[in-house]
Design a binder for this molecule. Structure first.
Ligand code: ATP
Length: 200
């Protein structure tokens, strides 16, 4: 029996770090963000529909999505964001399902679905056996993202406001890792301990 485990957490909570440790422990991790980015990279599966919907000039001469132009378009036309998501989300959803099916057929013990908006979307929750939430204080989220990205505090707060609240995420959780005030080694040790419950 394969365990289908959802992994989520707010920006900067440490999801990717937890996913890496789970991979080392033998889990098969599906990274929804990476799949999503690939749909608009050179030769990406979303590009034909993007060109048909928004025009050929949304595609760069190298054959990828022109991100700057799309950002401008979304800024001036809020409906464009929904149109873009309506193209990308079903493609990514299909790829996630396909990857999971392949992993299951190859005998994966634990498939980890690293999906940032897992709690928000509702779609995936019914397909998963359990949900693991990576939690930390909002202050820690902000300081980690400030350190790592070129985003301003205002931009980070805007992203956080668009995501589920800590309470909403914790309500959806079957397992919680409190990734705050602990070192990366301590985090890895906690995940290793928890991994036994996932068959890892
Ligand atoms: P995002 O939502 O932005 O993709 P994330 O939730 O995947 O973020 P990570 O990328 O795993 O978060 O972590 C954010 C940053 O914080 C990384 O640089 C990571 O190394 C660091 N970090 C995470 N947990 C800890 C910890 N316990 N101690 C020190 N640094 C940490």
């Amino acid at each position: 029996m394969t365990l289908h485990l959802g992994l989520t957490g707010g920006i900067g909570s440490g999801k990717s770090t937890v996913a890496e440790v789970l991979t080392r422990l033998g889990a098969f991790v599906i990274d929804a963000d990476a799949l999503s980015r690939a749909t608009t990279a050179i030769g990406g599966a979303a590009l034909p529909a993007i060109a048909a919907t928004f025009g050929e000039d949304m595609i760069t001469s190298q054959g990828a999505l022109n991100r700057d132009r799309m950002r401008e378009r979304i800024f001036s036309d809020p409906a464009a964001k929904q149109q873009l998501e309506a193209i990308i989300h079903p493609l990514v959803g299909h790829q996630i399902q396909q990857a999971a099916l392949n992993a299951e057929q190859s005998g994966a013990i634990c498939i980890v679905y690293d999906i940032p908006l897992l709690v928000e979307s509702g779609h995936w929750r019914s397909k998963l056996d359990k949900i693991l939430v990576v939690d930390c204080s909002e202050a820690t989220q902000k300081s980690r993202v400030l350190l790592r990205s070129g985003l301003t505090l205002e931009q980070i707060e805007k992203i956080m406001a668009s995501q589920a609240s800590r309470t909403e995420r914790l309500q959806a959780a079957d397992y919680v890792i409190y990734n705050d005030g602990i070192s990366l080694d301590e985090l890895a040790a906690q995940i290793q301990q928890m991994g036994a419950q996932f068959g890892l």
